[in-house]
Design a protein around this ligand. Structure first.
Ligand SMILES: *Cc1c(COP(=O)(O)O)cnc(C)c1O
Length: 338
């Protein structure tokens, strides 16, 4: 039976061509900065995002951690979304390993952080308080794309308040494709950006952190300390480079499939989907709690896997085809017409 795995866009498998590219990659010791494939990837992502330098890291979690460690000192504070990956899903790394205090705020409906609410939590220069240093945004946030106008306003706000601005852009490539703009147009608003190669882009491993030369120099030290100094990592970097060069524009197909999926599933009375929130490759569904487990079991019998934490989550990616969409919709309809 064919498996249709919609739990996450991290589940993509490297294509045969990608494996061949990895096997043929030129490599060296990256701790000596002598891996040509890693250097090529870092330079390429820096250029794509309009930054001076890039750093290849094993995961998005490490990339965000290194960014926070480089921006903030012990006793500093960063403002972040209550449901942000950097706050909620990274094991409290910034606090545990960096003695950096998070100041979480609820995300707005559109995935932004309200600048007035940020203003209200910036701490005065007083020994009672942690020093507010950084704002960390997320784009896409639960599949939603931040507007360019908002990001420009956030950059201006950060600068006026002497704060740095970091983007957890694990899926910033999805945002750029959805808006039809270059990565540079989004990334220009941030001091630093972390992007994942291992999600919809389809590489097996890795993220890249970009910023100024000076910042990346600092981040490089932290990467080593975190145990992220890899040796012949070019086999992985080559996959990332190929993913960016050949599987970037393809993200539009994932977005179209997510939209078709949402429109089809939205016809089912027992389900509630906000189509305005389906902007990239993610579909979130409100489904009566008591039906979630039997629904997921029913789907699983047909080889269809979906995610669920409160809401159901379906994510399209490289390994989901056009023809899978009606199959999934039909399986949902079968369940609800029983
Ligand atoms: C996936 C993800 C990350 C990084 O995750 P890793 O699994 O560590 O690569 C960071 N931020 C967001 C928003 C993510 O979705």
């Amino acid at each position: 039976m064919k498996r249709i795995d919609l739990r996450s866009d991290t589940l993509t498998l490297p294509t045969r061509q990608m494996r061949a590219t990895m096997a043929a990659a030129e490599v060296g010791d990256d701790v000596y900065a002598e891996d040509p494939s890693v250097n090529r990837l870092q330079d390429y992502v820096a250029e794509l995002t309009g930054k001076e330098a890039g750093l290849f890291v094993p995961s998005g979690t490490m990339s965000n951690l290194i960014a926070l460690l480089s921006h903030c000192q012990r006793g500093d504070e960063y403002v972040v979304g209550q449901d942000a990956h950097t706050y909620k899903y990274e094991g409290g790394g910034a606090a545990v390993l960096g003695s950096i205090q998070p100041q979480p705020l609820d995300f707005e409906e559109d995935g932004s952080l309200d600048l007035c609410k940020i203003k209200a939590v910036i701490k005065p220069d007083d020994c009672h308080f942690a020093r507010t240093r950084l704002i960390s945004l997320e784009n896409t946030q639960a599949g939603k794309v931040l507007s360019l106008a908002y990001q420009a306003a956030a950059a201006q706000f950060a600068s006026e308040n002497l704060l740095a601005l970091h983007l957890d852009g694990a899926r910033v490539c999805n945002a750029a494709v959805a808006q039809g703009v270059s990565l540079q147009e989004i990334c220009q608003h941030y001091a630093t950006v972390s992007l994942c190669l291992s999600k919809g882009l389809g590489a097996p491993v890795g993220s890249v952190l970009v910023g100024s030369q000076e910042f990346i120099g600092e981040a490089h030290r932290w990467r080593k300390m975190c145990g992220g100094g890899m040796r012949q990592a070019g086999v992985l970097a080559a996959a990332g480079l190929m993913a960016l060069e050949q599987q970037f524009e393809r993200l539009a197909e994932d977005h179209a499939r997510a939209r078709n999926l949402a429109e089809g599933l939205g016809q089912i009375d027992q389900l509630c989907i906000d189509l305005n929130q389906v902007q990239t490759n993610m579909v979130f569904i409100d489904c009566p709690a008591e039906l979630q487990e039997p629904l997921m079991a029913h789907l699983q019998q047909q080889g269809i896997l979906i995610g669920g934490y409160g809401q159901l989550r379906l994510v399209t990616h490289l390994d989901i085809q056009d023809t899978d969409i009606p199959t999934v919709i039909q399986a949902f309809q079968d369940f609800f017409s029983k």
